[in-house]
Design a protein around this ligand. Structure first.
Ligand code: NAD
Length: 348
């Protein structure tokens, strides 16, 4: 039981209607000139939510993958309006812009997450340029306050919710066997999987089920906590590599996860036992595969844009500079894993 546990200093306000406390959270930071950040599609809804905020400006051009050119425009907007705080309302892409501004300016960020990415709880930033994504960890980018309001997630489409939720489960699963994991993070990981695995089928059946939405957001908060201080392993490495082939983030996580669990099954028995418990007694790899199927998610990398001819290159990239992983990361079994995920075969 020797371990190191690091606790990050984010204030969390959780629950239906908590968005009404947004102005108070900004005031607690002493901020008077807020730059509000959203994606173009959510801009109108986000402006309505921000009524009553001490707004200095709005940047509603957040897009996926935080491309450097758009990040520079957001940073310029923050300078131009003399912002002293960023408020992000949206998913991981939107939060990524708040973090990118904080990275170069140290402005505090208040995050209102509306998906299950978990990014709001981490010090991880990412900026892409020329098709490559540069990432790093910096305490400056960690949101000072996070408001989780499940009512804001009622309109998140079922398919996006399901994929984003599986992405959150992946964070928890790898935290359970992380080389720098610990007893506290494992508690969060186990509870996160339990909450998400029970909530996601309810959400897919009834997207406006507030109890399901609340449980999923709670699970995604825990999932964010798990990756905030522990390292990810083979599963995340593979998804990172596949992202470089242009595959969509959350769906890739969802498809690869059961196969990554199968790969690590015998090397991480305690983690697998905890995942099994969280899934109500189903074995980790098979249980996650069945959950994915139940949620109606794509099951094959072939169906989300992977080309068969790229499997070998992806396997080579994954083994070149592997992340620490319970089972040795080797070319032949990694290629077999990718092939299983490509075909969508049920893990044996
Ligand atoms: P996203 O932020 O791109 O959102 C997906 C889509 O859903 C967008 O079109 C968005 O406008 C829409 N949307 C968001 N909330 C909605 C709502 N409540 N109702 C209706 N539509 C809504 O997707 P994501 O999965 O949240 O984030 C993915 C990104 O986050 C990736 O770039 C990934 O690398 C990053 N990420 C970062 C970390 C980190 O710690 N830095 C962790 C996880 C993910």
């Amino acid at each position: 039981m020797n371990f190191t546990y690091v606790s990050l200093p984010t204030r969390v306000v959780f629950g239906a209607g908590s968005i009404r406390g947004l102005a108070a959270e900004v005031e607690r930071l002493g901020a008077k000139r807020v730059l509000l950040i959203s994606t173009p599609g959510r801009a109108e809804m986000v402006r309505n939510l921000a009524k009553g905020l001490a707004l200095a400006g709005v940047f509603d051009r957040a897009v996926m993958h935080t491309p450097l050119a758009v990040v520079e425009a957001a940073r310029e907007e923050a300078r131009k309006v003399n912002a002293d705080c960023c408020v992000t309302v949206g998913g991981g892409s939107t939060i990524g812009f708040g973090k990118a501004i904080a990275l170069s300016s140290s402005l505090p960020v208040v995050a209102v997450p509306t998906t299950y990415s978990g990014s709001e709880m981490t010090t991880i930033w990412g900026v892409s340029e020329g098709g490559a994504k540069k990432t790093g960890r910096d305490p400056k980018v960690l949101p000072r306050a996070v408001l989780y309001d499940p009512e804001l997630t009622l309109g998140l489409p079922a398919a996006v919710s399901a994929a984003s939720g599986m992405n959150a489960i992946a964070h928890c699963a790898e935290a359970l066997y992380a080389h720098d994991g610990n007893a506290i993070i494992s508690l969060m990981a186990e509870e996160g999987i339990r909450a998400l695995a029970s909530a996601l089928p309810r959400i897919v059946a009834h997207p406006s089920d507030i109890e399901g939405r609340t449980a999923a957001l709670y699970g995604s908060w825990l999932a964010g906590m798990t990756i905030s201080t522990t390292s990810v392993a083979l599963h995340h490495k593979l998804c990172h590599v596949l992202g470089g082939f242009g595959l969509p983030h959350a769906e890739t996580h969802s498809i690869v996860l059961p196969h990554a669990m199968r790969y690590n099954q015998d090397a991480a028995p305690e983690a697998m036992a905890r995942i099994r418990k969280s899934l109500g007694g189903q074995e980790a790899a098979k249980g996650l595969y069945e959950l994915e199927r139940q949620l109606g998610l794509p099951m094959r990398l072939a169906d989300i844009g992977m080309k068969e001819a790229d499997l070998e290159r992806a396997a080579r990239l994954a083994v070149e500079a592997p992340y620490p992983n319970p089972r040795k990361v080797e070319y032949a079994p990694v290629l077999a894993l990718l092939r299983d995920a490509y075909e969508g075969w049920r893990p044996l």
